[in-house]
Design a protein around this ligand. Structure first.
Ligand SMILES: [Zn+2]
Length: 170
């Protein structure tokens, strides 16, 4: 995303170009890098079904979503993924392994805010039933052949397709 003002001095920023991908402050010269924002989440699987949450907030309010979210400053993605899942579902989970990393744009194609989404495979630590909370309004367990037709974020369709493909291979 193109930013207008320098966070160090409030001066105007030169726009980024294909050649100069960072934005330089015209007043103090500070360079502002434009990086993707890191997010972490997991495919929580129990009895062959994956846990999805219905979004209670914009963007994509009302759409199914994988539990996860933006990492805090200095937060390891493993810690962030477990925290987000606990906040949204009340479930304590164990991360079984890294699933993959997916790029996306927060808020859709026009938003121009890139996200780097780190996915784990996880399983609940106990038999507790999840409860929707925080950014989630509903919870569902979905079999690989009965996944929602549409997902909140574009990359999540790919995540679920990859999950299905791996199940077929194993
Ligand atoms: Zn400046």
């Amino acid at each position: 995303m193109q930013r207008k003002f320098c966070s160090a001095c409030g001066g105007a920023l030169a726009p980024a170009t294909e050649r100069h991908r960072s934005q330089k402050c015209k007043s103090c010269g500070a360079e502002h890098f434009r990086n993707s924002k890191p997010c972490a989440g997991a495919l929580v699987v129990r009895n062959g079904r994956v846990l999805l949450v219905r979004r209670a907030i914009e963007p994509f309010k009302g759409h199914w979503d994988t539990p996860g979210g933006f990492l805090h400053e200095n937060e390891h993605p493993e810690v962030g993924a477990r925290r987000e899942i606990l906040e949204e579902t009340g479930l304590h989970v164990r991360l079984v392994g890294l699933f993959g990393i997916y790029m996306d744009c927060y808020g859709g194609d026009d938003a121009d805010e890139w996200t780097l989404n780190i996915y784990y495979i996880a399983e609940p630590l106990d038999d507790a039933e999840p409860r929707a909370a925080d950014d989630a309004s509903e919870i569902g367990w979905f079999a690989p052949d009965a996944l929602p037709a549409t997902m909140a974020f574009k990359h999540e369709r790919q995540v679920l397709d990859d999950w299905r493909a791996r199940l077929r291979q194993s």
